[in-house]
Design a protein around this ligand. Structure first.
Ligand SMILES: [Zn+2]
Ligand SMILES: [Zn+2]
Length: 249
C-alpha cells in the first residue's frame, strides 16, 4: 500500500483555447484514462471522468462556469468514476444500466493481471496507485459510485454546446455501448477506448472489425482517445489497418 500523499490528484494540460486534458498521474497506466474538458458557448462537455478516487468536480471548478454535460464514452471504471459528481450524465443506451448499477470492481493488481492475461494490456506497476489522494484512503474499499444517467444517447444524437456540436457515433467492440464524439466541422473525434494508440482490449471481435472499418473512413484531423497521446488521420488509418490485418480483413 503506498504511503505518500499526492499534492493534487489530477494533472492538467491545455490542448487549445477550448480543450483541456486531465489525467490521474498516480494511477497505473492501465487505468489512467484521458479526461477531456471542452468549453462551449452554452454548456461545456466532459468526456469521461476518471476513477472517482478524488473529486473531479473540484479539480475542474476553475475550468467550468456554466452547465456541463458529463458524457461516458463507455462505463469501464476508469472512465465513469466521477460521473456521480455531475448533474448531467450521458451514456449510450446499451450501457445505461451499468452507469446506474456499476459492477463490482477492484484496484487489486493481481486481479487485473489475471483478467487481462494474453491481451497485451496489463498493470505496469506493483500496485495500481503509487500515491494516495489523502491520508487514510483505503484502496481495498474502492468502488464506482452509482450515477443514474440523465440522458441516454444512441447513434446520431448530438451533444450541443451552443457553438459546437458533437455527434454520437456508436463504436462497439471494446464494449457494447462504446461511443465516439465527432465534430464534423473540425474533424475532432473523442474516441474513448474504441481506438487509441496502444494495445486495445477486445470484447467482441466481429463487432470491433466493423467499428474499425468505419473509423478508417472518418476524415479526422485529430483523435483524442481514452488513453495514450492524440494522433492524426495517418496514424488512425495505420492503427485500423493493423487491427484488421491481424484478423485477415
Ligand atoms: Zn475501456
Ligand atoms: Zn479505458
Amino acid at each position: 500500500m503506498p504511503v505518500e500523499i499526492a499534492d493534487k490528484w489530477f494533472d492538467t494540460k491545455r490542448i487549445d483555447e477550448d480543450i483541456t486534458l486531465l489525467w490521474e498521474p498516480y494511477v497505473d497506466p492501465l487505468l489512467q484514462c484521458n479526461i477531456w474538458h471542452i468549453r462551449g458557448r452554452d454548456q461545456d462537455m466532459l468526456v469521461d471522468t476518471g476513477l472517482g478516487i478524488a473529486s473531479l468536480y473540484d479539480a475542474t471548478r476553475h475550468l467550468i462556469d456554466k452547465p456541463v454535460e458529463a458524457v461516458a464514452t463507455h462505463t469501464h471504471l476508469d472512465h465513469v468514476g466521477s460521473h456521480y459528481e455531475f448533474e448531467k450524465r450521458t451514456v449510450h443506451k446499451a450501457e445505461a444500466d451499468l452507469l446506474t448499477y456499476p459492477e463490482e470492481t477492484t484496484l487489486d493488481t493481481d486481479y487485473w493481471r489475471d483478467a487481462l492475461a494474453g491481451t497485451g494490456c496489463e498493470p505496469q506497476w506493483p500496485e495500481m496507485l503509487c500515491k494516495l489522494p489523502h491520508d487514510g484512503y483505503c484502496m481495498e474499499h474502492y468502488h464506482v459510485k452509482p450515477a443514474e444517467p440523465t440522458r441516454i444517447v444512441v447513434e446520431g444524437d448530438v451533444v450541443d454546446l451552443g457553438d459546437r456540436q458533437f455527434e454520437v457515433l456508436h463504436l462497439p467492440g471494446h464494449s457494447v455501448g462504446s461511443i465516439g464524439l465527432w465534430e464534423a466541422s473540425t474533424g475532432i473525434l473523442f474516441s474513448g477506448d474504441a481506438i487509441y494508440d496502444g494495445p486495445l482490449i477486445e470484447e467482441d471481435v466481429p463487432t470491433y472489425i466493423e467499428t474499425m472499418k468505419r473509423l478508417r473512413e472518418l476524415p479526422v484531423s485529430v483523435v483524442h482517445g481514452g488513453h495514450e497521446p492524440s494522433f492524426g488521420r495517418e496514424r488512425l488509418v495505420e492503427l485500423c489497418n493493423a487491427f484488421l490485418a491481424k484478423r485477415d480483413c
